[in-house]
Design a protein. Structure first.
Length: 703
């Protein structure tokens, strides 16, 4: 017996020792590490096995120490190191010199604490050394903490001593791929989620939402989704529909579906405290609400007035919550918007619930106070939503948009950058915000196009939608009492600009979808910082106006001043006949030399998406060569996980003034040879276009 006891102590102790857990990935434990107070990890998908000892020449090591009631880890970094990531943050792309607080906060206009804390927390820093080699650091804990970036990376947590995971790689791209292995990758979204989406707080009643949908079709502005903000509910009670304004939600969704739209509807976490309200009463019966420190159901105000909040740390509560989606989704709802899930509590301390509120946990989650679970409240909520939605509609890919998040929450849903405003500053800020979220694992994100708060001018909206066509998540949204912000609301010039912008997005969908597949399989984001084009060129490290879409397209907004460009021949291309050089709004889109981009046909929504005829935009390199890929699947469902997809490669080479393009299969059982292609070779001063060609060997003469 004694012998067994000793062995188990030794096993526990040796489980938590500094070690290598994957190739060039090390975990470091502070001497006072308490596994119960830290684990299971919310960031990591799996607890990693220790593989070997950390080699003596391993350079980046944390220095753990305690400061009064705080636990700290500091990692010294070399001069000349560029720091990124840290999740959803305001300010510049380059994070050197910044301080970030990780405490999910409902931060209207990013005003609280000068925007040092927002809706999400990512205890993660990406470092890029002067020579382009790179590293990443995860402070694996959920507690309220600060990241201070100076000549060291410092994490200062209000929780117990935590472990640190360090990734070393030859490039930032490789670091992100390893981050994806550790914290998971995003799921492949349904194709329609890549389309443009129109929202407002709120389109009400249902006739107004129908009118908005009709206008898109009438004006031939592509759009895939109409959003339903809180006013569809009966007095803001979640999972209810206002009987006067939305008497027939199924009819509303059918109307949208008949016109090629999807409907996304909002569900907040706060459950109105009201006798007779079935959701509240079933929550009460199941004892599902977060408790105060005295063991009573916590009550705080949100939109409906007094609310109680599901304790998502409990497996029973996760299940109860998931089951609430059964009848709800049966009305034909396509996607769900989980908002206010920091959680926002209007009359609570610091806009949330008290830190000493009590979560009861269960399964592998220990009971603990809100201070520990606050930053993952939203993550647990969307995970529960996702499981419920999948249970009721197992054949469809779920789509959830969440306002709050944590490192790893991209596994369950997409995000947007919360309540920005209709200002030029916020337009510009959106680029580094989306980039740093992508560099922190969350690739499916975008800001409210047009700006949420305040009214937006025609000029600003024109620029915003022209840029917004290139965000991974492309949705226009507006606050209550602001001016109308639909693409046609600002007059003909901006309506035309919006159409041009969204036509560009829709024609680029084959390329976008291929990038989403890349993000879902490798963890590399869709929208990438410009320095990814040349990781050794340190002059690109702070560029935050121009950015990359994938490796092959470079987007420069019209307002960009003195933007940096990577070396090489990046040629401006026209996607749908537009001439960005002479355009007031449309960003310049440059294509990398040596690349081939698949461009689809003009459609009004993704139900019309077909790739049987494709234009291949070809930019040859110095040797007359180029290549590109195209990923396709059903755009919905999970067949792609069973090989029901097609990944093809295009390879161009030049011989005797002719370009030969070969099409070949990379993988997937949906691959076939029935497509027709138009070749478009973009030269320095002209573009040469072929007729429609059918074959796997396509030729175009260069003169
Ligand atoms: C929050 C959201 C915003 C939404 C509003 C009303 O402020 O961030 O997008 O429109 O709540 O639901």
């Amino acid at each position: 017996m004694l012998c067994f006891y000793l062995i188990s102590i030794i096993t526990v102790a040796s489980e938590y020792k500094n070690s290598i857990i994957a190739k060039r990935v090390a975990v470091f434990y502070p001497s006072n590490f308490d596994s119960k107070a830290n684990l299971p990890s919310f960031a990591l998908v799996n607890e990693q096995q220790s593989l070997s000892e950390i080699p003596a020449n391993w350079k980046l090591r944390p220095y753990f120490h305690q400061l009064a009631n705080q636990s700290c880890a500091a990692i010294a970094v070399k001069k000349g190191t560029s720091l990124y990531g840290t999740g959803e943050v305001t300010g510049t792309l380059l994070r050197n010199g910044k301080e970030i607080t990780l405490w999910n906060t409902d931060n209207y206009n990013y005003k609280t604490d000068s925007g040092k804390r927002l809706y999400q927390s990512h205890p993660w820093v990406l470092g890029v050394n002067a020579d382009g080699t790179a590293f990443g650091v995860i402070a694996d804990n959920t507690w309220k903490q600060q990241i201070i970036l100076s000549d060291s990376i410092k994490f200062i947590s209000e929780g117990p001593a935590f472990r640190v995971i360090i990734i070393e790689r030859n490039s930032p791209q490789e670091v992100l791929a390893e981050l994806g292995n550790l914290v998971g990758k995003m799921q492949m979204p349904p194709l329609w989620a890549l389309g443009y989406q129109q929202s407002r707080y709120s389109y009400e009643p249902d006739s107004r939402a129908k009118e908005i949908a009709d206008q898109f079709r009438k004006r031939q502005i592509p759009c895939d989704v109409i959003w339903f903000d809180i006013d569809y509910m009966e007095r803001f009670k979640i999972f209810s529909f206002d009987k006067t304004k939305f008497p027939d939600p199924k009819g509303m969704n059918d109307y949208l579906h008949n016109k090629g739209f999807k409907g996304i509807w909002m569900v907040d976490p706060g459950v109105k405290v009201e006798n007779g309200y079935s959701v509240y009463e079933s929550g009460l019966a199941g004892n599902h609400y977060v408790k105060t420190k005295d063991g009573k159901d916590f009550v705080g105000k949100v939109w409906p007035g007094d609310c109680s909040f599901p304790d998502f740390t409990r497996p029973e509560t996760q299940k109860w919550w998931g089951n609430l989606y059964k009848d709800y989704m049966a009305t034909g709802i396509d996607g769900v918007w989980n908002d206010m899930n920091e959680p926002a509590v209007f009359d609570g301390p610091d806009g949330t619930m008290p830190e000493d509120n009590w979560h009861r946990g269960g399964g592998d989650l220990p009971a603990d106070k809100h201070l520990r679970y606050h930053n993952v409240y939203g993550t647990l909520m969307i995970k529960s939503s996702l499981e419920g939605i999948l249970k009721t509609r197992p054949e469809k890919r779920p789509f959830i948009l969440s306002r709050s998040g944590f490192l790893g929450s991209h596994r369950y849903g997409a995000t947007w950058t919360g309540d920005n405003k209709g200002s030029v500053d916020d337009l510009k800020l959106s680029i580094p915000m989306v980039l740093n979220l992508g560099l922190s694992g969350q690739g499916f994100c975008g800001p409210d196009i047009g700006g949420f708060a305040d009214s937006t001018s025609a000029e600003l909206f024109g620029h915003w939608i022209a840029l917004g066509a290139f965000y991974p998540f492309s949705r226009g949204h507006a606050a209550i009492k602001t001016n109308e912000k639909e693409p046609w609301a600002f007059g003909k010039e901006v309506e035309d600009a919006s159409r041009t912008a969204l036509n560009r997005r829709y024609r680029l969908l084959p390329y976008f979808y291929t990038l989403f597949h890349e993000a879902a399989s490798t963890g590399i984001p869709i929208m990438r910082p410009l320095f990814f084009a040349d990781i050794k060129d340190t002059s690109l490290r702070s560029e935050q106006q121009s950015f990359l879409l994938g490796d092959n397209l470079l987007i420069t907004p019209k307002w960009a001043a003195k933007t940096k460009l990577p070396k090489g021949n990046w040629r401006i291309i026209s996607i749908n006949g537009e001439k960005s050089k002479n355009d007031h709004f449309q960003p310049d889109v440059r294509q990398r030399e040596g690349s081939i981009i698949p461009i689809g046909n003009l459609i009004q929504n993704t139900t019309q998406y077909k790739t049987d005829s494709l234009t291949l935009s070809i930019c040859l390199d110095k040797n007359g060569k180029a290549s590109g890929t195209l990923y396709e699947d059903a755009g919905e469902g999970f067949g792609y996980k069973k090989d029901e997809y097609a990944m093809r490669q295009f390879t161009a080479s030049t011989k005797a003034k002719s370009v030969l393009v070969s099409v070949s299969k990379i993988e997937g059982k949906l691959y076939e040879n029935t497509k027709i292609y138009k070749l478009k070779v973009v030269l320095n001063n002209k573009v040469i276009e072929s007729n429609w060609l059918k074959n796997t060997k396509l030729t175009i003469k260069l003169e």
